[in-house]
Write a protein that binds this ligand. Structure first.
Ligand code: PGA
Length: 253
């Protein structure tokens, strides 16, 4: 069965609440005829903008994800974001293990706890993996991806792993304007899919693995032409409606 494409716009900390609502409304208008019944289109605003963006997109077919959550749902945890609260406001997806979190002290064990917490709320984790420039140069990509995949999913059943999405985001490609070549990305995606065989053939074959890192309208089509690339996680180019819509349109050509 063909895998349903998934495209996410990661707004990071670039938009306040009013700007997030405005962008959501623009996307809603621009994507009114987009086949969201066949393709997942997801916006990922900052935490304080989640609720109003969900409201602004209600009934549009555009879904909403969170950028991060804590692994506990309730308790004396000042300053954290509860996965239960994110589910309550109507999010469907949560990024877990983005390199901008891993690079600021988030450990593989933290990623694992978050994946479990997100799953326990019935949300879909989008588990971000990828090697740094140094790891890339040292030829460590395969070890890094293998470790990140297996630690993130330790203790999950095959059925739970099947409910996860994956984003291959080479750290050297994020925000640099230097996307990975389609051939390189395909090699890593194919490797990641092979690693998922650990949980069975159907988990590996049905897993959606999206590419992230300087995705733009120019290369999205050649990335999507690769057999193991199932969509994209877009940062910079998702910050205006026209550039994100251009990517979405190119991707389904
Ligand atoms: P970028 O960000 O498209 O700006 O490189 C991607 C990401 O960090 O998810």
């Amino acid at each position: 069965m063909p895998r349903r494409r998934w495209f996410g716009g990661n707004w990071k900390l670039q938009k306040g609440v009013a700007a997030s609502i405005a962008l959501a409304q623009e996307l809603r208008a621009a994507l009114a005829l987009y086949p969201t019944e066949h393709v997942d289109v997801v916006v990922i605003p900052s935490t304080v903008a989640l609720y109003p963006v969900v409201q602004a997109l209600r009934g549009s077919g555009i879904q909403v994800g969170a950028q991060d959550v804590f692994w506990e749902s309730a308790g004396a945890w000042t300053g954290q974001t509860s996965p239960a609260h994110v589910a309550e406001v109507g999010c469907r997806f949560v990024l877990v293990g983005h390199s901008e979190k891993r690079g600021r002290g988030e450990t593989p064990a933290d990623v694992q706890r978050k994946v479990h917490a997100v799953r326990n709320q019935g949300l879909q984790p989008v588990i971000c993996v990828g090697e740094t420039q140094e790891e890339h140069a040292a030829g460590l990509v395969w070890e890094v991806i293998r470790m990140q995949v297996h630690t993130a999913c330790e203790g999950l059943s095959a059925e739970q792993v099947a409910a996860c999405l994956w984003a291959y985001e080479p750290v050297w490609a994020i925000g640099t304007g230097q996307a990975a070549s389609p051939a390189w990305a395909e090699r890593v995606h194919a490797f990641l899919r092979q690693e998922l065989l650990f949980w069975g053939r159907s988990v590996a074959e049905s897993a959606r693995i999206v590419y992230g890192g300087s995705v733009s309208q120019q290369q999205v089509q050649s990335l999507m032409a690769q057999p193991n690339i199932d969509g994209a996680l877009v940062g910079g180019a998702s910050l205006t409606a026209p550039s994100f819509v251009d990517i979405l349109n190119e991707a389904i050509q």
